[in-house]
Design a protein around this ligand. Structure first.
Ligand code: G6P
Length: 362
């Protein structure tokens, strides 16, 4: 059945492996034969009427929101803010005149996010919940719902829900951009791109022994590690670090690579692993320089690089896709590095200490 581990030792590995199929599934549910998005026109109308979009989420869903904001701003040209739900709920930020809220939640049950939705509903603002669970609380209480169709996610550390959220945000951003008449959205071949993403994910998964070896050589015995990047790569570095820390207990942090020199670089010692995520042409050189700065302080540097930007010394090369969609691929090696570090430490990969799959207290 869907919730059977089969031959997998842990659900997390099964769920990582399912990601190419989740991409194909989303394309088949939300794209027509001709590749055009099939999204409820009323939802698009409500979004079109908004002057600003607010994305709200917790944990990995918050990280997927950080990518979603870039997709919405680039493809639909609508100003988008992303907020951690537990912060937003009690801060009463000043909103725009016509806000539209997007709730991201794998489970649809996160209490902090629900608290925000209750306030949104009290104010009469329109909202969309993007969730993996039909009839979940956040789905029932929001104006609109889009389902992730990722199948049940059992491992506490979220993997396929993150990539499903980003892919669906991309489809939504393309659909909204098209109704807004944005050329960039019209030219964005989402169906072709999701196909490339699925194949690319599979190529990374097929090389997983390489990632196990990197984990053994550089992550197993370290107390701390850093992922760094700029822009969209920075947002992925946050998710990559979260994966590593939550299941392997390595103190991992994601950092904006330009910000390291303002403090964090003081933590670099001999052998500290620093992994640079490099997928964006305009910032690739800068992140490479920042990596060299850590190397000259003793760091062991590694890279996750998009093929088109790769150099001979790069560590992990991922296939090329549209720059806006690279998080769908750059996160996969990080998921596998975290998985193998946890596995080979003999930890319970699926049930890390102190954590729950769905957090229904504030
Ligand atoms: C918990 C889970 C995380 C998840 C977060 C938000 O902390 O362990 O994996 O990202 O909740 O959950 P949600 O269901 O709202 O996406």
């Amino acid at each position: 059945s869907e919730t059977d581990k089969g031959t997998y030792p842990f659900y997390m590995l099964k769920e990582i492996d399912e990601q190419p199929n989740v991409m194909r599934q989303l394309a088949s549910v939300y794209l027509a034969e001709n590749g055009n998005p099939v999204i409820d026109p009323e939802l698009l109308e409500a979004m079109q009427a908004a002057d600003r979009i607010y994305i709200v989420g917790a944990g990995t869903s918050y990280h997927a929101g950080l990518v979603g904001a870039r997709l919405l701003e680039n493809l639909a040209h609508v100003p988008t803010e992303v907020h951690v739900s537990s912060e937003f709920a009690y801060e009463n930020p000043i909103l725009s005149d016509n806000p539209f809220f997007i709730f991201l939640s794998q489970s649809g049950e996160t209490a902090d996010s629900r608290e925000v939705l209750v306030n949104v509903n009290n104010s009469g603002y329109p909202s969309l919940t993007i969730t993996n669970v039909q009839n979940s609380t956040l789905s029932r209480e929001a104006t609109y719902t889009l389902l992730l169709h990722a199948g049940p996610e059992i491992a506490v550390a979220s993997t396929k829900a993150y990539t499903a959220q980003i892919a669906l945000e991309a489809i939504l951003a393309k659909a909204l951009g098209e109704v807004e008449g944005q050329i960039v959205a019209q030219n964005f071949d989402i169906r072709q791109q999701l196909g490339l993403v699925a194949t690319g994910m599979q190529a990374i998964i097929d090389e997983k022994q390489e990632l196990e070896k990197l984990s053994n050589d550089y992550l197993m015995d370290t107390a701390r590690a850093f992922y760094i990047g700029r822009g969209i790569d920075y947002t992925v570095s946050l998710e990559a670090a979260l994966k590593l820390k939550e299941i392997s207990y390595v103190q991992a942090e994601g950092f904006a690579s330009g910000e390291l020199k303002h403090g964090t670089i003081a933590l670099i010692e001999d052998g500290t692993p620093v992994i640079g995520i490099i997928t964006q042409e305009k910032t690739a050189g800068l992140t490479r320089s920042n990596l060299v700065e850590t190397k000259s302080r003793g760091a062991h540097i590694m890279t996750i690089v998009r093929q088109g930007l790769a150099q001979p010394d790069d560590t992990i090369v991922i296939p090329d896709v549209e720059e806006l969609l690279t998080p769908l691929l750059s996160v996969v090696p990080a998921q596998l590095l975290a998985y193998y570090t946890s596995l080979n430490k003999g930890l319970d990969v699926d049930k890390p200490r102190n954590l729950a799959k769905s957090v229904t207290v504030e």
